[in-house]
Each structure stands twice: as structure tokens, then as C-alpha cells.
Design a protein around this ligand. Structure first.
Ligand code: SF4
Ligand code: SF4
Length: 171
């Protein structure tokens, strides 16, 4: 009996609290982003499209060791290594990646490849515009991955913008 009385008293309070949250949101402005007319804001730790990095002298960081392919849980990286020669040098080591493909359709953007890479050659950056008309275009070749990819439609948010005073973990 006591429980029922308690419920009768607390239920309207809880409903009022919930309605309060709803009403608070009603007074806020829209948060919709008019992409691509306005740049999309992504979090610094957001993992998007990969790029293959070079050293400052232009040599490729990738040494074709295939550790990234071994670490990839979906098997979407294919690496074929070849020997560097003095006449045809691509990377500082003995070997380089002759073929380096990533099938983006299979990628789950876990970042294990970047974690496994000993030379920090493969990096997941922030681009998320990965839609293609043809499925084979979703297989990114080494040449495509090596190109700099800094799209203007992306803005990386800084910590002060996205870390709120109250989150689910600290309130
Ligand atoms: S992010 Fe994960 S799934 Fe994608 S290529 Fe790297 S290891 Fe594979
Ligand atoms: S990206 Fe890194 S881990 Fe993958 S083959 Fe190149 S050097 Fe090795």
C-alpha cells in the first residue's frame, strides 16, 4: 500500500521532469548542419578515410611489412612488397609497398591498422565522404591513399567546443 502511495506522488514529478527536458530542447536553436554548404564538424578522434604518409623528404613511410593487413580484423588491406634499389627508391628501408589496397566497403574503421604500423605510415584521418557509384571505386589504391586529402568541407572541433561541463559519465 505504501509503495502505491509513493508511486502516486512520485510519478507526476518524474513526468514533469521529463517534460521539462523536452521543453528545454524546444527553446534551443536547430543543430542541423547544412552540409555541404556549411562544413561538417568532426571530433578530433573521429576515424575516417585512411591516408598513407610520406616523410618530409618525400619518401614513403610504408615499408610493405603488411603488419597492418595482419592486424585488420576484416581482411580489407592487401599489401604486396618489393625491394627498393638505389635507382628506384620509394621508402628508406629495404622494401616498399608495390601494391597497397584498402577495400573501404569492408573497413570498420577500428584503427587497428594504424596501431600496428611501425612507421606510422597508415593513418585514419577525418574524411567521411566515402560513397561511390561503383563498388570497385571503393577499393582505394596506394596512389589514391598517398594523395594529400584535406577536404575543405571538414572542420575538426577542438576540445573546448565539444567537451561539455556535464556528460553522462560525470554528472
Ligand atoms: S580501420 Fe580496421 S577494418 Fe579498416 S583497414 Fe584498418 S584495421 Fe582494417
Ligand atoms: S602501412 Fe605500416 S604496417 Fe602497413 S605495410 Fe606499410 S609499414 Fe607495414
Amino acid at each position: 500500500m505504501l509503495n502505491e502511495v509513493k508511486e502516486v506522488i512520485t510519478a507526476p514529478i518524474e513526468v514533469a521532469k521529463a517534460m521539462g527536458i523536452t521543453l528545454k530542447q524546444l527553446l534551443r536553436g536547430p543543430v542541423t548542419n547544412q552540409f555541404p554548404d556549411e562544413p561538417a564538424q568532426v571530433y578530433p578522434r573521429f576515424r575516417g578515410r585512411h591516408t598513407l604518409k610520406r616523410y618530409e623528404n618525400g619518401l614513403e613511410r610504408c615499408i610493405g611489412c603488411a603488419l597492418c593487413a595482419a592486424a585488420c580484423p576484416t581482411g580489407c588491406i592487401y599489401v604486396e612488397a618489393a625491394e627498393n634499389t638505389d635507382e628506384d627508391r620509394h621508402s628508406p628501408g629495404e622494401r616498399y609497398a608495390k601494391i597497397y589496397d584498402i577495400n573501404m566497403l569492408r573497413c570498420i574503421f577500428c584503427g587497428y591498422c594504424a596501431e600496428a604500423c611501425p612507421t606510422e605510415a597508415i593513418v585514419l584521418e577525418h574524411d567521411f565522404t566515402l560513397a561511390e557509384y561503383d563498388r570497385w571505386d571503393a577499393v582505394y589504391s596506394k596512389e589514391r591513399l598517398l594523395e594529400p586529402n584535406n577536404p575543405e568541407y571538414l572542420v575538426v572541433r577542438d576540445d573546448e567546443v565539444f567537451v561539455k561541463a556535464k556528460t553522462w559519465s560525470n554528472k
